[in-house]
Design a protein around this ligand. Structure first.
Ligand code: DGL
Length: 277
């Protein structure tokens, strides 16, 4: 049995698999441990306290599995829990371990995609209400006009495998139209939820070909690569045998079927109990 000190990748459900897929392409040598909290998804409509509690439980679980570094591949968890975990919990529970999110790396580059200097952000209600994107993008691109639209039905549609259905068309049109009505100058739409790449063909069809869609997988993967280069003390603690383990808090059989759609490859997962492990 190899020593297994993987990089942890977390999401409320399947969406983080779109990020893990991109990370694995850029950094295939590392080991990864993915956890989807499918039993408690979606996070996007839950309170700050609940998302923080669930995310902290997941982070503590990753640390018990031997992870030195955890990526919250979930915008909602990054928006509502990351800062408190980094500032309040890490110094207390694991001062040398690191937890990273997906909002900061996205905010660092998103301004480069837009010519009109107007971007739209489609995200969960939690991410939109946290105003994390407005704040973070404002640091890096103060002249960029950022318009948000919350899409509360999209994650449930995707988690239930309805993203290709005619029913999904209605909700995609509703939110894309609303976003573009708020600001007609938008030329770039950020998919600010790691589930949304599965709806990309429908979003593209509604938004039209003049609008660029930006998904986060590649952005987060490159940012992680850069982070590991700058932090050899963390990179050196992570094992590199190219192995991935998938865990879910709900049915492993369901995760294997639906997760494969997000990951683009077959998956064999195991169900875990997050709190008692
Ligand atoms: N994938 C998560 C995100 O990026 C949200 C999913 C949820 O609502 O649970 O925000």
């Amino acid at each position: 049995m190899h020593d297994f000190k993987p990089i942890g990748v977390f999401d409320s459900g399947y969406g983080g698999l779109t990020v893990l897929k991109a990370i694995q392409q850029v950094l295939p040598e590392y080991d990864y441990l993915y956890l989807g909290d499918n039993a408690r998804t979606p996070y996007g409509t839950r309170s700050f306290e609940t998302v923080y509690k669930y995310t902290l439980e997941a982070v503590e679980w990753f640390f018990k599995q031997g992870c030195e570094l955890v990526v919250l591949a979930c915008n909602t968890a990054s928006a509502k829990a990351l800062r408190t975990i980094q500032q309040k919990d890490l110094p207390r529970i694991a001062p040398y371990k690191r937890v990273l999110g997906v909002i900061r790396p996205t905010a660092e580059v998103i301004g480069h995609y837009s010519h009109s200097k107007s971007i739209g952000v489609l995200a969960t209600t939690g991410t939109v209400e946290s105003e994390s994107y407005l704040l973070e993008i404002g640091h890096f691109f103060p002249d960029l006009q950022v318009t948000q639209e919350a899409c509360p039905m999209w994650v449930p549609l995707i988690e239930n495998g309805e993203h290709l259905s005619g029913g999904a068309d209605y909700f995609v049109q509703q939110h894309v139209h609303r976003l573009l009505q708020k600001n007609e100058a938008i030329d770039t739409i950020l998919l600010g939820c790691t589930h949304y790449p599965l709806l990309a063909p429908k979003i593209e069809a509604v938004a039209g070909e003049d609008i660029k869609l930006v998904s986060q997988g590649e952005i987060v993967a490159k940012s992680l690569q850069n982070y590991l280069e700058r932090h050899p003390e963390i990179a050196g603690l992570c094992t590199k045998n190219g192995h991935i383990q998938f865990k879910t808090t709900d049915s492993a059989a369901d995760f294997d079927i639906k997760g494969a759609i997000f990951f683009g490859k077959s998956i064999q997962s195991e169900q875990i109990n997050l709190v008692d492990n």
